[in-house]
Design a protein. Sequence first.
Length: 100
Amino acid sequence: MLAISGRLRFPPAAHDEMVGVLREIAETTRRDDGCVEYWWAADLVDRGVFHFFECWESEDTFAAHRNAPYELEFNDRYLPRIVGAEASQYEVTSVQSLTG
């Protein structure tokens, strides 16, 4: 399993627009084959910053997501507006519930 986490920084004035855009991309992505988990969260202190987490069954399912038409459109339209980004990729070898 593959997990990716990070954050994107947009200009603060784009915050409200990006909430809607990221909500839509999350709803679409969650229907992708191999998507285990996918979410965005607005930073509670830093307006315009959005944290993300995604988990995929395999490198192949993540690659298919990255090449999906809706993802390519998002990249073309919104990535040029990013003013900062951080992301890390993790290989997950086991999962254990902490809540029972």
